[in-house]
Design a protein around this ligand. Structure first.
Ligand SMILES: NC(=O)c1ccc[n+]([C@@H]2O[C@H](COP(=O)([O-])OP(=O)(O)OC[C@H]3O[C@@H](n4cnc5c(N)ncnc54)[C@H](OP(=O)(O)O)[C@@H]3O)[C@@H](O)[C@H]2O)c1
Length: 329
């Protein structure tokens, strides 16, 4: 019998931006051992998806052409491979697809059981699909790397979060406020009210002189910076840091890696720490639980059907999304 076909969006080579994306009909993938077949309800796009297309992560990503991009999905389990004990057909889930397989811009995708969690009815598909890369990065930056406990038991900490209106920043502000934290945030002028609404105590417009130098309106020195915006020189951070201030950089350029190295070998008390997300299901489950409890929300910039995926892609490349960009197959 002929394989069942699905619509998907893929590219065949590096470059090309939105026009490099092609709409195709290809066979629905089959789940192998430890895998689930998901009928996708929502997929979110992250900057890393188009950075891969640009060739910024070559030769590792993509591992092959043609490549169906995007990893952050929510959907329903419609088939299971051998050895699956924790999921069954009909389960609603949130998943981060294997970064070496991609597959999010399509009607069906295969996910690993190890990076999939149950999605309760209180969490919509779009809210869930926003969480994996952006939410996990915000969580790990604050907790593993930043040492913040999200239960108000830790010492009071002054944090700066840059690009607080972006996919990662919006979650970082909300998560930080679960801890004993004073949040200063940066964003564009049009998003100041939104970011205050997420819980930020003080907000700087990054296009103003005070915003450009990251100076706290109430003259606070930052114990921790979660840096989510495009690269900012160490010389801008340094005067705003407390004596043991630490910058967690999720967008490190070459000079950030150099500064991090120099700070480390000179045993500096002020540190710069470039980080990379290490996806973990238990962290994703925690985030889904927070959304269910109403303690965390996904700000959605825009939603597009799969046949308008190019517009979603262009919007992400443009770099001015407020929250997450969602594609709905
Ligand atoms: N290390 C990792 O593992 C990891 C994981 C996730 C993401 N990342 C990286 O982190 C970066 C942020 O990701 P994202 O998903 O949050 O991006 P995003 O959603 O595309 O960010 C867009 C937002 O950033 C704001 N913005 C841009 N430049 C700014 C500046 N200088 N100051 C303040 N706000 C600024 C924009 O505001 P306006 O529209 O007002 O300009 C917009 O609201 C990306 O480079 C991504 O690749 C790294």
């Amino acid at each position: 019998m002929a394989d069942k076909l699905m619509h998907a969006v893929q590219y065949d080579s590096y470059g090309g931006g939105p026009d490099g994306l092609k709409h195709v009909e290809i066979p629905v993938p089959k789940p192998s051992k430890g895998e689930l077949l998901l009928k996708l309800e929502a997929t979110s796009i992250n900057p890393v998806d188009w950075k891969i297309q640009k060739g910024m992560l070559r030769p590792l990503f993509p591992p092959k052409f043609p490549w169906i991009p995007a990893t952050d999905v929510a959907g329903e389990v419609v088939d299971v491979g051998p050895g699956i004990n924790n999921f069954k057909v009909g389960d609603k889930v949130v998943s981060m697809l294997n970064v070496f397989k991609g597959g999010g811009l399509s009607e069906f995708a295969v996910s690993s059981e190890n990076l999939t969690v149950i999605r309760p009815p209180e969490v919509s598909a779009a809210e869930g699909a926003g969480l994996p890369v952006a939410g996990l990065t915000a969580l790990q930056a604050l907790t593993y790397h930043g040492g913040i406990t999200l239960d108000k038991t830790g010492p009071t900490t002054n944090i700066l979060i840059t690009a607080a209106s972006g996919g990662v920043g919006q979650y970082a502000v909300q998560l930080a406020k679960l801890g004993n934290v004073h949040v200063t945030a940066t964003c564009g002028g049009r998003n100041i009210d939104l970011v205050k609404g997420l819980g930020a105590d003080e907000v700087l417009d990054y296009k103003t002189p005070q915003g450009a130098i990251l100076k706290s309106p109430s003259d606070k020195k930052y114990d921790l910076v979660i840096h989510c915006a495009t690269p900012i020189p160490w010389s801008t951070f340094e005067p705003n840091l407390g004596p043991n201030g630490k910058v967690i950089d999720i967008t490190p350029g070459p000079s950030a890696f150099w500064t991090a190295f120099v700070k480390k070998i000179s045993c500096s008390k002020k540190k710069l720490v470039p980080i990379l997300l290490v996806p973990k299901a238990k962290n994703l489950d925690y985030l889904v639980g927070l959304v269910k409890e109403g303690k965390l929300k996904t700000i959605i910039d825009s939603r597009y059907p799969l046949n308008r995926a190019k517009e979603a892609w262009a919007k992400s490349i443009d770099g001015h999304a407020t929250g997450k960009i969602i594609v709905e197959p």
